[in-house]
Design a binder for this molecule. Structure first.
Ligand code: CP
Ligand code: NVA
Length: 330
């Protein structure tokens, strides 16, 4: 069956088959090559896309804007302070109104239920630009980056996510690995492992696809031949009050050269969705330092080291988001 994603929302990779994810990755590689070659590609002329952000963003917002503009579409950006949504107007009413103006909607915020409701009530494709439990456009960019760097099929790859294994990136990776037959290991303190009951269905899916999902708190139990070691901030957006307790339990899981070599195979790459705390060059890291907290989830040596592909991942947000827009709107 040929893949046709026209009119589809992109809320979670759980909604997509292996073939559909493959199609989006192939399109991403193709669009990247076209952009590099300077070939004009205006497949979305006349389309209007609205970007709703209830949390801050650099990559996701800019990737959606540049991807849309590259393809000839127009975007409107609305942050929390500049719309009526959830203040003077219900989510349902806002979704119905936006669906009358726009060909699609991107949403970044808190509850997955919000992005689902936008899709239900707007009648147009809706894209998840990050919620508390998922970040599917990020994982698409990460998969593309792995394909560029690893020179092996994704289904043969092992990813070890180190840190807050209950966060949106770790959960989104678990879904991707379960779908694509990859091996996923979440390495971090037990109290931050995902709820076991919630994982049952995903584990079954992983078994069917030839992949696996493992969560552990010991480095020794984590695979030693990881193809990618991934980490993310210890405190996600919206959880800022938990900083001190996270530093306490996650400090042993800071990704340094020793940990990278313990877990990773010879060609292992280091991945991070960004933004990252790897030095003291941010107001947040400085403020935490003054309070006696070292919030760096990765050392500067690893972040800037030869295995790091973090800026490739950031670039690939553009090409993969463009693929999602083109596939669903063209
Ligand atoms: N990785 C990512 O989603 O970055 P932003 O928060 O800057 O969008
Ligand atoms: N887990 C992070 C991801 C940022 C892209 C957060 O939600 O803040």
């Amino acid at each position: 069956m040929p893949v046709n994603l026209r009119g589809r929302s992109f809320l979670t990779l759980m909604d997509f088959t292996r073939d559909e994810i493959r199609y989006l990755l192939d399109l991403s590689h193709d669009l990247k090559a076209k952009k590099r070659a300077g070939l004009p590609s205006k497949t979305l002329e006349g389309k209007n896309i609205v970007l709703l952000f209830e949390k801050p963003s650099t990559r996701t917002r800019c990737a959606f804007e540049t991807a849309a503009l590259d393809e000839g579409a127009h975007v409107t950006f609305l942050d929390q302070s500049s719309s009526q949504m959830n203040k003077k107007e219900s989510l349902e009413d806002t979704a119905r109104v936006l669906g009358r103006y726009y060909d699609s909607i991107e949403y970044r915020g808190y509850a997955q239920a919000t992005v689902e409701a936008l899709a239900r009530f707007s009648g147009v494709p809706v894209y998840n630009g990050l919620t508390d439990v998922d970040h599917p456009t990020q994982i698409l960019a990460d998969l593309m980056t792995m394909e560029e760097r690893l020179h092996k099929p994704l289904e043969k790859a092992k990813v070890v996510f180190v840190g807050d294994t209950r966060n949106n990136i770790s959960l989104a990776w678990s879904i991707a690995c379960a779908k694509l037959g990859m091996d996923f290991v979440g390495l971090g303190p037990k109290e931050l492992h995902p709820d076991a009951a919630a994982l049952t269905g995903w584990r079954r899916l992983a078994e069917e696809s030839g992949g696996s999902l493992t969560f552990t708190d010991t480095v020794e139990a984590a695979v030693r031949d990881a193809d990618a070691v991934y980490t993310d901030v210890w405190v996600s957006m919206g959880e800022e009050s938990k900083m001190a307790e996270r530093v306490k339990v996650l400090t042993p899981y800071r990704v340094d050269q020793k940990l990278l070599e313990q877990i990773g195979g010879p060609d292992c790459i280091f991945m991070h969705c960004l933004p990252a705390f790897h030095d003291w060059e941010t107001a947040t890291a400085q403020k935490a330092k003054e309070a006696g907290l070292d919030i760096r989830e990765v050392t500067d040596e690893v972040f800037r080291g030869p295995r790091s592909v973090v800026f490739d991942e950031a670039e690939n947000r553009l090409h993969t988001i463009k693929a999602v827009l083109v596939a669903t709107l063209r």
